[in-house]
Design a protein around this ligand. Structure first.
Ligand code: F6P
Length: 360
């Protein structure tokens, strides 16, 4: 028998557009069933800190609120702050928080890292969990789409469109560096949608000479400008990542490969001036697109349906045109989903004349 009556909902990891639409969907679907919903503030921190930080959410919380239409996380989120204490310690604190609030289950809106961490905490604390995938990187295993990806693609595509116009005015080759960590989904979708000339992703090796060859072709065709999209996670020609900032636990965060490419291209080819735009965190903060809001509603409703049926320790997924779910173990076993160099997206890019690296 399923005894779910009181649930928590939290957002975990880097934010993205569509989180608030997801929170709203969870709250509304749960309150329709007469359940109580506790919004946990600042990801897992809200449950592990003393005093516990939460806000009771009801069917009225978002009925006349702008939040579900906005990016960011209404509840706040925590990115990579969790390795500071041991798993056992954090699980125990998490369990205490859950017990104090009297929660029967938790809905975790997060990426694969959060599924791992929260899955472990929940296991340790003996609490039921359902995950909802979100990330601009779109690398959450098994699901074809995560909340936030489509909105980020839109921001990047708009940037490509804008760069194309100013590139044309000044006869430049403009480089757009986008996020995505080790996955090239965001770069490839943005480049396809924006009709870029070059797209470099971590999954496909590239040659600077080939980029220059492409620029020469553009020039020979009579066009005096070009746009190059690069994923932050590509390596330089020595096989090294370019890193910028560090996160809370001292891990290096990618950033700066665009400047490297700009310098290298200019050393070997001067027909086009190059400039670099590093889009940064605006990619996580555009208006949530219709697709992401729809996905948020479908995922939120499915998460509550699963809890109601007593099917827990699962993550909702979008696969083959419909919503379903997979166990957290299956999700973690699968590992991060990278861009397949032989996917239809890459094939389309090549077929339409884009240089995407040396596809074997
Ligand atoms: O995982 C989402 C993401 O935006 C990545 O694309 C990016 O590399 C990273 O987070 C940036 O992290 P931070 O916000 O900690 O700089």
């Amino acid at each position: 028998m399923n005894n779910t009556k009181k649930i928590g909902v939290l957002t975990s990891g880097g934010d993205c557009s569509g989180l608030n639409a997801t929170i709203r969907a969870v709250v509304n679907a749960a309150t329709q069933k007469g359940w109580e919903v506790y919004g946990i503030i600042n990801g897992t921190d809200g449950l592990t800190e003393t005093p516990i930080q939460y806000e009771i959410l009801t069917e009225h919380s978002f009925s006349d609120s702008p939040w579900p239409r906005l990016s960011g996380s209404y509840l706040g989120s925590l990115n990579k702050g969790v390795k500071m204490e041991s798993l056992e310690e954090m699980s125990a604190k998490f369990g205490r928080g859950v017990k104090e609030l009297g929660l029967d289950a938790i809905v975790v809106i997060g990426g694969d890292g959060s599924m791992n961490i929260c899955g472990n905490y929940c296991k340790g604390a003996g609490i039921k969990m359902v995950g909802i995938p979100k990330t601009i990187d779109n690398d959450t295993p098994i699901t074809e789409f995560s909340v936030g990806f489509n909105s980020a693609v839109q921001v990047c595509m708009d940037a490509v469109d804008s760069l194309n116009l100013t590139a044309r005015s000044h006869h430049r080759a403009l480089i757009l560096e986008v996020m995505g960590r080790d996955a090239g989904h965001l770069a490839m979708h943005a480049a396809l949608a924006g009709q870029a000339d070059v797209c470099l992703v971590p999954e496909i090796p590239y040659k600077i000479d080939s980029i220059i060859e492409k620029l020469k072709q553009v020039k020979a065709s009579g066009r005096n400008h070009a746009v190059i999209v690069v994923s932050e996670g590509i390596k330089n020609e020595n096989g090294e990542h370019i890193v910028g900032a560090k996160n809370l636990i001292g891990e290096k965060v990618y950033g700066g490969i665009g400047d490297y490419l700009s310098a290298e291209i200019n050393k070997r080819y001067t027909e086009f001036q190059t400039r670099v735009t590093r889009l940064g965190h605006v990619q996580r903060a555009g208006a949530p697109t219709a697709f992401d809001r729809t996905l948020a509603a479908v995922f939120g409703a499915k998460a509550i349906e699963l809890l109601d049926k007593g099917e827990t320790n699962r993550m909702v997924i979008w696969k083959d045109g419909k919503v379903s779910s997979a166990t957290i173990e299956e999700v973690l076993k699968e590992g991060t989903t990278l861009l397949n160099p032989h996917s239809d997206y890459v094939k389309a890019a090549v077929a339409t004349g884009m240089y995407v690296g040396e596809v074997k």
